[in-house]
Design a protein around this ligand. Structure first.
Ligand code: FAD
Length: 515
């Protein structure tokens, strides 16, 4: 067996969210006397400059780095996020929340929605949204830290200023020894025999060699795509949106504690409330909508005055066929892109970093590490992909060819099977690895109007009345709890003036596990 030697030099190419999250985590976990970590970025190229809505896992990432949550809220001008509101994704007038919480609670091992369906059949039951404390709080403009050990737990995430987050992680990483190099990589030198990356040449004439290279160069995938030639699986036949235009605007009202994803006649618009501004964007498919139409649709719906010129972005939904090849690992946009409908990109960066640390290679670059890493990242991407396709497939809109084509498209077999399972028998699949947990699927199915043909057979013998009474008691309990919460603005203010944060970060999130 070959003795394992430590890596000496790691080069990260790219200083966007992916690059600096990676640099910060590596400087936190790798001993500084054995690893030299450099990050090359080019101000001339810049970053994508978007990516401001997160899911609860980011709290674990910050906690692992020892970043105090209230400091984070101050630095990144963050607001709390309890979920995502989807308007117009079923019928044009429909609306539902995908909360960071379970909806109702299981009873004797039976999923909550069976009870809700039974009560609904009898004709008198509250909207599903009312059985989620996160949703009720979000609608009421309230926020408080979750209470432990309750029947219906919830979690929370943040809306953050991505530029400020990357800058604060840069300070963090540089303070722990990361070496930032300003410059543009214009050539990648490969070992002629092994094909491994040997060194990078910069426009300045400098050459930098390393043992491990991390490609955080964004959509261009300078190392993984261009230099190593790893192909890209194009999923745009399932996720047809290929462009976005983003414009920040003045904040007009109290910031909401949820992200808004509003379906439009073509594509959809996001609204992300921060402390100091609102992030807005229109995601669209260029085959159905021009850039000018997209921009005017977006500007029509801005709440406040625009604060910057529109930022147009192009992308292809999909994933690089491998995230780890030879001595190179792709993290962030260089490893794939799934539109921000469920705010999953920063999560995918976080997962890749955690798995890199778990399978961290020595100089022999054992094939089994790369294989496991690639397999686990593939599972993560596929899970998110199918969940996003679900939103498009289940739409019931009649106002454009875009939505009608999405209804008619064929979808991955695995997703088809899941949808049938729910439609025919009201069953949800519970899986261990990756996003999303069963209540998330249930929320989207029912929120977009997919009502199962039947509920669980074990409920057929029960009369509806006690179930209705039970649900009504649950609904009133949630409403009362929310009533006593501070407003979202008060909660932010509380975080801004107190230090350190007093709310513990759970070991894992019930919203989906980061392993
Ligand atoms: P980039 O930000 O593009 O950074 C690339 C870096 O590589 C830059 O520093 C650049 O200078 C450097 N670079 C490139 N080429 C060279 C070179 N030749 N030499 C030197 N340096 C080079 N994610 C979420 O989690 N939530 C969201 O709400 C969300 N919304 C999004 C909306 C849109 C429209 C898009 C497109 C993405 C969104 N994302 C979102 C994704 C998120 O923006 C990205 O995952 C995140 O910003 C990470 O980007 P990155 O660091 O991989 O790439």
């Amino acid at each position: 067996m070959r003795a394992s030697k430590p890596l000496y030099r790691i080069i990260i190419v790219g200083g966007g969210t992916a690059g600096w999250m990676t640099a910060a985590a590596l400087t936190r976990f790798l001993p500084v006397d054995r690893f030299r970590i450099s990050l090359i970025e080019s101000e001339q190229i810049g970053t994508v400059g978007v990516g401001e809505a997160t899911i609860p896992h980011i709290r674990q990432f910050n906690a692992l780095l020892g970043i105090d949550e209230n400091d984070f809220i101050r630095t990144t001008k963050a607001t709390y996020k309890l979920g995502i509101q989807f308007t117009g994704w079923g019928t044009e007038s429909s609306s539902y929340m995908h909360p960071f919480s379970t909806v109702g609670c299981d009873i004797n091992g039976l999923d909550f929605h069976h009870f809700w369906l039974k009560a609904r059949e009898a004709g008198d039951v509250a909207d599903l949204d009312e059985f989620s404390p996160a949703t009720v709080a979000a609608h009421a403009g309230r926020f408080d830290y979750p209470v432990e050990n309750v029947d219906i737990p919830y979690g929370y995430a943040f809306h953050l200023d991505a530029g400020r987050y990357a800058r604060s992680l840069r300070d963090y990483a540089e303070a722990r020894g990361a070496n930032r190099v300003e410059g543009k990589v214009n050539q990648v030198q490969l070992d002629p025999e092994s094909g491994y990356i040997e060194s990078l040449h910069l426009e300045s004439g400098q050459t930098l060699a390393a043992d491990l290279f991390i490609d955080c160069s964004g959509f261009r995938a300078l190392l993984m795509g261009e230099a190593l030639g790893v192909g890209y699986d194009d999923w745009s036949h399932w996720l047809p949106c290929d462009r976005a235009v983003a414009v920040p605007s003045e904040r007009q009202t109290m910031p909401a504690s949820f992200t808004r994803a509003a379906a439009q006649s073509i594509g959809w618009q996001w609204r992300i409330p921060l402390q100091h501004r609102t992030g807005n964007g229109q995601v669209y498919a260029n085959a159905y909508m021009t850039d000018e139409q997209a921009l005017s649709a977006l500007l029509e719906n801005l709440e406040g005055e625009p604060l910057a010129e529109p930022n147009f972005l192009r992308f292809t939904a999909g994933r690089r066929q491998k995230s780890w090849e030879k001595n190179c690992i792709a993290i962030g946009l260089s490893s794939g892109f799934l539109e921000p409908l469920e705010s999953t990109s920063i999560y995918l960066i976080q997962v890749a970093i955690m798995k890199l640390l778990e399978y961290f290679p020595d100089r022999s670059f054992a094939a089994c590490d790369a294989r496991e890493f690639n397999h686990e990242m593939a599972v993560e991407y596929l899970r998110v992909r199918d969940f996003l396709i679900l939103h498009y497939k289940l739409n019931q809109r009649t106002d454009s060819d875009f939505w009608r084509d999405c209804q008619a498209m064929s979808i991955p077999d695995e997703l088809e099977r899941k949808i049938r399972l729910f439609k025919e028998a009201g069953r949800l699949e519970h899986y261990e690895q990756g996003l999303f947990i069963a209540p998330s699927w249930m929320t989207v199915y029912l929120g977009q109007g997919l009502i199962p043909d039947r509920y669980d057979a074990r409920l057929t013998g029960y009369s509806s009345a006690p179930i209705q009474t039970y649900l009504e008691r649950m609904r009133r309990g949630i409403a009362a709890d929310v009533e006593s919460m501070p407003t979202h603005s008060e909660a932010i203010q509380r975080a801004l003036v107190s230090r350190p944060s007093r709310y513990p970060v759970p070991g894992f999130s019930f919203y989906g596990r980061v392993r």
